[in-house]
Design a protein around this ligand. Structure first.
Ligand code: NAP
Length: 318
């Protein structure tokens, strides 16, 4: 591969994205042999020649102005918007797989699992009633935490929960074997896992298969008193169905970090619901420094060998 001469790499973000310059600075530091520039600052010559771009929710029209583009490296882990925007294309998409991101997500899963496990919502309600009453202690090994999705983030979260003594189950598309984690697969494996779940944690990608997956039928498969943590994407949960099972007491609590519309509109029911914790999509923010190093390694390997990192399977959606 003789792409060494192509040293200009555009950083392409959504128009008005406030962190473009911070990303360019971090990426430039990690890639001193390349010239990272904002899309708007590309010369005609550079536009005509560049093969790789680094992206953060780019406008697809911008990408179309780069005729030689072979692949794009997203600085986000979730790529459903890119997959939808780009449709049927030969352009290869690489998403962020960063151990730091996995560790941050595992920490968030543990933090909010402990919030539910130690019944903090119930103690807050008791305080509001000035009620002095210790609740029965439940050991972590008596609770089963189930992860929907055992990918880069799900597996790290599962292992962090194991270290804290919980029983852990996980669900994926393909069969998996992970030490001390009970693994379930496919539609047929799901009911058995749900039936033994105390806290269900969603870390699935948003695809045509997972959109609306957490609906009335699936929620009914959880034992009464179970809770939900959604740290993946809002559209995976049918919000109206979730509202019903919270109101009728089937589900005890939901911790929601992601919503179909973000920011969550002020009139939406989740803000006010006593059994919902609303978070502003903060479970696992990308770390610009570590992400830039990962992007840099992938681009250097491509420059040296012509090999692309693992790319997104557009048909599968993740
Ligand atoms: P990943 O490595 O692609 O893992 C996805 C997992 O989901 C895999 O285990 C996959 O199964 C499973 N899966 C996908 N479709 C399925 C289906 N139809 N049925 C059963 N299992 C299915 O993704 P990741 O890096 O862990 O990230 C997961 C998601 O987290 C991202 O897509 C993003 O939306 C979200 N995220 C949220 C935040 C936040 O701050 N809230 C931050 C970063 C990422 P296989 O293993 O069989 O392929």
């Amino acid at each position: 591969m003789s792409s060494k001469s192509m040293t200009v790499i555009p950083f392409i973000a959504a128009h008005g994205y406030p962190h473009t310059q911070a990303w360019i600075a971090a990426l430039q530091l990690a890639l001193p042999d390349e010239h990272i520039v904002a899309f708007d600052e590309l010369t005609e010559e550079a536009r005509a020649a560049c093969q790789v771009a680094i992206v953060a929710n780019p406008d697809p029209a911008d990408l179309k102005q780069l005729p030689q583009l072979v692949w794009i490296h997203s600085v986000w882990a979730g790529v459903e918007r890119l997959v939808a925007d780009l449709g049927n294309t030969d352009l290869k998409i690489v998403r962020l797989v960063d151990p730091q991101l996995a560790s941050t997500m595992a920490e968030a899963v543990l933090a909010w699992t402990l919030y539910l496990h130690r019944e903090i919502p119930a103690y807050a309600r008791q305080q509001a009633q000035k009620l002095w009453q210790a609740r029965d202690y439940v050991r972590p090994e008596e609770r089963t935490i189930s992860l929907l999705g055992l990918g880069a983030l799900g597996e790290a979260a599962a292992n962090r929960l194991l270290q804290s003594g919980f029983k852990v189950c996980g669900w994926s598309r393909k069969p998996k074997t992970i030490a001390n984690i009970e693994c379930f697969t496919g539609e047929h494996g799901l009911p058995a896992m749900l039936a033994k779940t105390d806290i269900l944690v969603c870390l699935l990608p948003l695809t045509t298969d997972t959109k609306g997956l957490i609906n009335a039928q699936m929620l009914a498969g959880l034992p009464t008193g179970a809770s939900l943590i959604n740290f993946a994407r809002g559209a995976i949960v049918n919000a109206a169905d979730l509202h019903v099972v919270l109101d009728n007491g089937h589900l005890a609590h939901a911790v929601l970090d992601v919503f179909e519309t973000e920011p969550l509109p002020v009139a939406d029911w989740q803000w006010q619901h006593p059994q919902v914790s609303v978070l502003p999509h903060c479970a696992a923010p990308t770390d610009r420094t570590t992400a830039s190093r990962i992007v840099a390694e992938n681009i250097r390997r491509y420059r040296d060998t012509g090999e692309l990192p693992q790319t997104v399977d557009v048909a599968r959606g993740y």
